[in-house]
Design a protein around this ligand. Structure first.
Ligand code: ATR
Length: 278
């Protein structure tokens, strides 16, 4: 009998993770003898947990808040993009070594390409926010040759640090919200990465979209609520919009592919997550 392959996600908290249902359905539908388990791991137990997972034969796992950076010293190898981002969301076991990747930024990009268009090199991009999610997206876009990506943030210095520390070079400016609002019509792609729009800030929007180019594509990485006030506003201006569900599904699908060599069914994964969200 073939042994069941084990995968999972580690985080603290972990109870609300949608990943187990999403991956386990794909394992089942694809006839794979595998299981994906949520592991609630506290920071103090991180090193022991990583060693323990190797000892018991776990094949690969995801990492979520708050361990995405703290895990780095406990891995054997880090993919260069993940190293630059400084955060890991996917670990793959290869020749008994743990190799760390970051599929968040690429997940975002693949979702964008699936819902909008394949060719992104000439887009004029504005990223709103300069936290961890913004960093993964910014670095990934630049690493793929998209050169015109500005960042606006409440704390402009944080946006500037992000640009200056990026090993992939482009033509980026760090802007205040007021500056970004002023030149908003120059952007063909606007990406909202802050927590504004999530509970309890569901009625808030990070910046005014009064000058939004109606031809622009507007993305918000939040998917709960399904449509933020920001996205509703963008849609009312005529823009094409996208929430964060695609990014979530694709980061998971890319991890699945790294572990198993198979790309899962994106439509079915999306449907599983939507059903789980209720
Ligand atoms: P994550 O890793 O999830 O991206 P983070 O590192 O805490 O989270 O970053 C949160 C982002 O949301 C930052 O860009 C933050 O702006 P600051 O760098 O100025 O703190 C932004 N953010 C959060 N709450 C905000 C608010 N009320 N107004 C403006 N920006 C906010």
């Amino acid at each position: 009998m073939l042994t069941m392959k084990l995968y999972g996600v580690i985080g603290d908290p972990i109870g609300h993770s949608l990943s187990p249902v999403m991956h386990n359905r794909e394992f089942k539908e694809l006839g794979m003898n595998a299981h994906y388990h949520p592991f609630h791991i506290k920071g103090a137990d991180l090193e022991t947990a990583i060693k323990g997972m190797k000892a018991i034969g776990v094949e690969g796992f995801n990492i979520t808040i708050p361990h995405k950076t703290a895990i780095i010293p406990y891995l054997d190898q880090i993919d260069p993009l993940a190293q630059a981002i400084g955060a890991i969301n996917t670990v793959v076991r290869e020749n008994d070594q743990w190799i760390g990747f970051n599929t968040d930024g690429e997940g975002f990009m693949r979702a964008l390409q699936a819902e909008w268009k394949e060719e992104l090199e000439n887009e004029r991009v504005l990223i709103i926010g300069a936290g961890g999610a913004a960093k993964a997206i910014f670095y990934t876009l630049l690493s793929k040759g998209i050169k015109h990506v500005d960042i606006c943030n409440r704390t402009v210095e944080r946006a500037l640090n992000l640009i200056n520390s990026c090993p992939y070079k482009g033509y980026s400016s760090a802007l205040s919200f007021a500056e970004a609002e002023d030149k908003l019509n120059e952007y063909t792609l606007v990406i909202q990465t802050t927590s504004i729009g999530m509970y309890p800030k569901i009625d808030q929007s990070p910046l005014s979209l009064a000058r939004l180019n109606p031809q622009a594509f507007v993305s918000d990485i939040i998917y709960n609520p399904f449509q933020t006030a920001f996205l509703k506003h963008a849609e009312s201006q005529g823009a094409q919009i996208q929430n964060g569900l695609g990014m979530f599904v694709f980061q998971g699908a890319l991890a699945f592919e790294k572990w198993t060599g198979k790309m899962p069914n994106i439509e079915r994964m999306t449907e599983t997550v939507i059903r789980q969200l209720g």
